[in-house]
Design a protein around this ligand. Structure first.
Ligand code: ADP
Length: 360
């Protein structure tokens, strides 16, 4: 559908020029010289944008504007006036006018303003719809992730990481600067992804997909997905899983994700040649999962804080967003379980313990 624009302007020549220019841009344009007719049209039909002259022969443009905002608040209004009056501009701003153009109108400026007004209207209604359809977060995530991805891909090309090492030749200094942009972009990418994930999991839209699952299998899958990362650091992973299947009601994807997260941390916060033990036990109606490492350990005062969003222990040089454990905690609590950390202190390794009810 073509965007619909109404021009309310008493000067015939200006009106014709504007109508002509906007029609060429593909808009469906109507026009009138009268404020009263303008109000009538707005009441009867749906317009996206109204371009409004303030000095009309019959009604003051501000009255027309009031009427627009009262009856069709989603219409974006652009005011055009010959008077450079600060009061008019302030009044316009107060009435939520999209743009304020001085006469004589510069046609390019006007076309550009109408274009932006239409986009703003579309975006507002999209956000409105998305909110009501519980999809605002995925919209936001797309809007944020896309530009970051483009920056990151472009940097990859500039840095010659896509296999064209010799295409761009930089001085040492330029390369260093590009590397800084690259590192910060990667940080931003991880932060956006984790923040959106955390917001999504914390929101009402998120529901667990629970079913009967074999926990031994979920743990094995989690280990398989990080095994290479552990081998690269010469870290040994010891499994202490019962012979028989341990079946619980849970969302397998989310529980696997929690265990992957704990294992990744255990690898990250261990020095080379470390050892990680993963165990599973059934205790009456509950299960207990433990991920234990012999890495850098955690000071007593930080054992609870590390589960808070964005909390990271200072002086630890590993990359991260500080959201991993906050996400784990949310997921476990949604399963009506508990998660906590234990450590004898700095340098003495850490233990992450999860308990979950077998059935809901
Ligand atoms: P991130 O790893 O992205 O910083 P997390 O929420 O996963 O975020 O962890 C928060 C903090 O908890 C980490 O920055 C680290 O200081 C500490 N931490 C997590 N796991 C361990 C571990 N296995 N050993 C020592 N410290 C850990």
């Amino acid at each position: 559908m073509k965007p619909k624009v109404l021009i309310i302007e008493d000067d015939k020549l200006t009106r014709e020029i504007v109508v002509n220019a906007l029609s060429k841009e593909g808009y469906e344009v109507q026009s009138t010289e009268s404020g009263k007719v303008g109000i009538e049209k707005i009441t009867k039909e749906d317009f996206d944008v109204v371009v409004l002259d303030i000095n009309l022969p019959d009604v003051n443009g501000m009255v027309v504007l009031d009427e627009i905002k009262k009856t069709k608040p989603s219409i974006e209004a652009i005011i055009a006036t010959a008077y450079e009056s600060v009061e008019t501009a302030i009044e316009g701003i107060k009435k939520d006018v999209f743009d304020y153009l001085k006469k004589p109108l510069k046609i390019e400026e006007l076309v550009d303003s109408v274009k932006k007004a239409f986009l703003a209207k579309k975006l507002k209604s999209q956000i409105f719809d998305l909110k009501s359809e519980s999809m605002f977060l995925s919209f936001l995530s797309h809007e944020l992730k896309t530009p970051i991805m483009i920056i990151s891909n472009t940097l990859e090309l500039l840095l010659g990481e896509a296999g064209n090492k010799n295409v761009y030749r930089y001085s040492e200094e330029t390369r260093e600067l590009l590397e800084i942009i690259n590192r910060q972009t990667q940080k931003m990418q991880a932060l956006v992804e984790d923040t959106l994930d955390f917001a999504y999991i914390s929101s009402d839209f998120f529901v667990l997909k629970e079913k009967d699952c074999v926990l031994n299998k979920i743990i094995k899958n989690a280990i398989n997905s990080i095994i290479k990362f552990a081998e690269d650091k010469n870290i040994q992973i010891i499994e202490k899983l019962p012979q028989q299947d341990v079946v619980i009601k849970c969302d397998p994807e989310q529980i696997e994700r929690v265990i992957v997260n704990l294992l990744t941390n255990a690898i990250k916060y261990s020095s080379a040649e470390g050892r990680i033990t993963v165990s599973l036990q059934e205790i009456e109606d509950n299960v207990k999962i433990m991920v234990e490492d012999i890495g850098i350990g955690i000071a007593k005062e930080n054992l609870e804080k590390i589960f808070e969003p964005f909390y990271r222990v200072k002086d630890v040089n590993e990359k991260g967003t500080g959201l991993g454990l906050a996400i784990c905690k949310k997921i476990i609590e949604l399963h009506r379980g508990k998660i906590w950390a234990e450590s004898e202190g700095i340098g003495k390794g850490s233990k992450f313990i999860i308990t979950l009810p077998k059935q809901s």
